[in-house]
Design a protein around this ligand. Structure first.
Ligand code: GLN
Length: 487
């Protein structure tokens, strides 16, 4: 039998069901790994050992009593952007360093109700603004494949925890690529669902029209299992859509036969690292050799996605983050002279440099006289990008390309140059602007570092994505590779 930390959710579920081991044993084994490895990786902000063991005991009892939920006794970790009752929720910020939410996010509630055991909360870029985890108030996360490299971001703690086998699965959020890019950079699977598929209630808002919750796992089959529990209408989120939740696991068994895969011509341009491109092309040929048809697709406005995003996302963030004012919750400056001083110093001390940069850009873009030139224009371009995708999906079922332009980069390499950092999401941001689902699955190594194949589907196309990625995983072994120091 594979060691407990090596097993995927589905393998663990089968072992628990057979009685090979208990949830308490799995939880203890993983917590012991966290204790050893997280000193190096810094993937966790909070480890919830006691609560996890109590939940594992309850899960084992529920199973003995014949009441096992679909995720009964299965361990996972939450990105520290999801509110958790009685446990710190920091969002990677000094602003929320001591914040304990009075309620659970909907997805936290749903996963717990299905029997999941939460091992802790993972490190992330501050308020999910970043692509490298370096904007976190709690320090950068290290990439388990190379400790001097970034695991990507903003869900870098979740990705590193899964890659280093400290947890078989993690939640994440994706506003411009924050699930898919870290998944690619750590050799894990990252799924960002359709906008409105999963409730955002209790998920701290960055850019409300782009944010979506999803998962990071070691296989698409595990992602399908979790999505089935997380997805579905929630009356507490007005943007969560009442659309039936299919059996995502059932979709995995369909072959690639007849699947039309669009290859975006703009995504194989000079910005793409050559060897990363070669790995992705090789993956595409595997799909083709196994029943899929490859067709070139054109997304003529896709090159505008990064600049468009960097108007829309900061604009929305400047509004969302105005709630952190030192009065109601979060960091509060000491001995303020007056209300203005309280606002200024609480926000000045509580937010880091990248968050401040975004709030300033966003406030500027929304200000009188500039609104039409920037925000309105960006929304118009966003529509053009969404239309490009819509037209492409008249011809193909899924769109494929690289997840990120390069493998993991060194910590510190891009911190002085926000624009190069922003370009890391060049292939992922389009899906957020158009509200489309996307998945990244490992498709090779470049210089010993993993790279990802990115698939985007039409609205509600999660089944197509999971089917395509799962088939690819059956035809390859990249997703099984484990970083040498973490076996
Ligand atoms: N890297 C992008 C940004 O900094 C996307 C972040 C995200 O998806 N949360 O905004």
């Amino acid at each position: 039998m594979a060691e407990l930390h090596e097993q995927t959710l589905i393998e663990l579920a089968a072992g628990l069901e057979r009685g090979d081991f208990t949830s308490v044993e799995v939880t203890e084994a993983l917590l012991a790994r966290v204790e050893v490895h997280d000193q190096t990786l810094n993937a966790f902000v909070t480890v919830t050992g006691e609560q996890a063991l109590a939940a594992a005991r309850a899960a084992d009892e529920a199973r003995a009593a014949g009441n096992a939920g679909i995720l009964n006794g299965l361990p996972l970790v939450h990105k520290d952007i999801f509110c958790t009752r009685d446990v710190l929720t920091t969002c990677g910020s000094r602003m929320l360093e001591n914040f304990v939410s009075p309620y659970d996010a909907t997805i936290v509630e749903r996963l717990a109700a299905a029997g999941a055991v939460v091992l802790g909360k993972t490190n992330m870029d501050e308020f999910a603004m970043g692509s490298s985890n370096e904007t976190s108030y709690f320090g950068p996360v290290k990439n388990p494949w190379h400790l001097e490299c970034s695991p990507g971001g903003s869900s870098g703690g979740s990705a590193a925890a899964v890659a280093a086998r400290m947890a078989p699965a993690a939640t994440g959020t994706d506003t411009g690529g924050s699930i898919r890019q870290p998944a690619a950079l750590t050799g894990t699977v990252g799924l960002k669902p359709t906008y409105g598929r999963v409730s955002r209630y209790g998920m701290i808002a960055f850019a409300s029209s782009l944010d979506q919750a999803g998962v990071i796992t070691r296989s698409s089959a595990d992602a399908a299992l979790l999505l089935g529990v997380m997805a579905g209408f929630d009356e507490r989120d007005s943007t969560c859509i009442d659309h039936p939740v299919p059996d995502y696991t059932a979709a995995l068994s369909q072959s690639l036969d007849g699947l039309r895969v669009g290859v975006v011509k703009q995504h194989f341009d000079e910005g793409l690292d050559e060897q990363t491109g070669a790995a992705v092309r090789e993956a595409l040929s595997v799909l083709e050799a196994n029943g899929a048809t490859l067709l070139e697709v054109d997304l003529p406005n896709i090159d505008l996605s990064v600049p468009t995003y960097y108007v829309v996302a900061p604009a929305e963030c400047s509004s969302n983050l105005s709630r952190f004012d030192g009065v109601r919750f979060g960091h509060r400056a000491e001995d303020p002279e007056d209300l203005f001083d309280l606002y200024c110093r609480s926000r000045g001390e509580g937010f880091g440099a990248e968050v401040k940069r975004r709030i300033m850009t966003g406030t500027y873009a929304l200000s009188a006289g500039y609104y039409d030139a920037y925000y309105l224009k960006a929304q118009q371009v966003r529509q053009l990008i969404a239309d490009d995708f819509r037209q492409a999906f008249e011809k193909v079922d899924v769109i494929a390309g690289p997840t990120a332009p390069t493998p993991a980069f060194r910590l510190g390499d891009k911190t002085d140059d926000p624009i190069t950092m922003y370009l890391n999401d060049i292939y992922t941001i389009g899906a957020n602007l158009a509200g489309l689902p996307g998945i990244s699955t490992p498709c090779g190594f470049v210089g010993g570092l993993p790279v990802g194949l990115h698939l985007v589907g039409p609205h509600w196309g999660e089944e197509l994505l999971l089917r395509c990625a799962h088939n690819y995983e059956q035809l390859s072994t990249w997703h099984k590779a484990c970083p040498g120091d973490f076996q």
